[in-house]
Write a protein that binds this ligand. Structure first.
Ligand SMILES: [Zn+2]
Length: 266
């Protein structure tokens, strides 16, 4: 009887924590979407209240509720009826999915928080990259800063820092060498430096084995996005979203996949 009550209680608590994670993730996704639009257009990220890009009306509380706000307003501005970009809804859902899956994988831990910080930074970089084809250094520096804070909470600190640095180099140096070679062979710039810096930032959060996995996952996602975009729009597709998707996959499946792979040999 008592055991049953405890079980009900703990599953209710789990559901509650997951709900909070989903709400937090959706709100962060909404913020990241807004911030990336401002970063891309050079506006200040934090100053000024959110406004409709079509009519300029300052948004009220209902307009700002993640996911539900979009659905309640049927994807249109309450003041002028302009369509709200579906991308708002997509980033809110992605944010919620990221936080819920991180909590399911890692629980309510510092590691889950660090991965969430990295993924939101990558999401912002991916959105700015989609809009402008550039990745702001500011986002990369913030990602490095968040890693340093995370490493300071590890015990002992120095090995954690070194492990991260090794991951950062493992994710970025092979690509750098490849790009230098490709540039020389093709006689033009094949890939922006922003992508390589972004790989370094994301690699900090993994050990070197998973950093290599990050490189592989990101290239696969990047190629898939590029092929899809070529078919759909006949256009080039930036690499930022591929890196963000690759990092998400590595954070969730990197460790079990590596364990399985190494188990084949040892
Ligand atoms: Zn409007």
């Amino acid at each position: 009887m008592l055991l049953q009550a405890l079980q009900t209680c703990s599953s209710a608590l789990t559901a509650y924590i997951l709900c909070i994670a989903a709400l937090f993730g959706a709100a962060m996704g909404s913020f990241v979407n807004c911030a990336s639009a401002r970063l891309g257009s050079g506006e200040s990220v934090l100053k000024g209240r959110s406004h409709c890009p079509a009519c300029g009306h300052v948004l009220g509380a209902i307009d700002l509720i993640p996911v539900a706000g979009y659905l309640l307003l049927r994807g249109r501005c309450r003041y002028c009826g302009a369509r709200i970009a579906p991308r708002c809804l997509v980033t809110e859902l992605l944010g919620a999915a990221a936080c819920v899956s991180l909590v399911l994988c890692y629980g309510v831990t510092l590691q889950a928080a660090a991965y969430a910080a990295m993924l939101f930074m990558l999401l912002a970089a991916a959105l700015v990259d989609l809009d402008t084809g550039l990745i702001p250094d500011r986002l990369i520096l913030m990602g490095i800063g968040a890693f340093l804070v995370y490493a300071l909470f590890q015990k002992p600190v120095l090995p954690a820092l070194l492990r991260g640095l090794l991951g950062g180099f493992a994710a970025s140096v092979p690509l750098l060498l490849f790009v230098l070679l490709a540039d020389r062979l093709m006689g033009r710039e094949t890939m922006g430096g922003g992508d390589i810096k972004l790989f370094f930032m994301a690699g900090l959060y993994f050990d070197w084995q998973r950093a290599i996995l990050l490189l592989i996952f990101s290239c696969l996602c990047g190629i898939a996005f590029a092929v899809y975009a070529k078919k759909k729009r006949g256009a080039e597709f930036p690499f930022g979203p591929g890196i963000a998707a690759g990092a998400f996959a590595t954070a969730l499946f990197g460790a079990p996949l590596l364990n399985w792979y190494l188990g084949l040999f040892f």
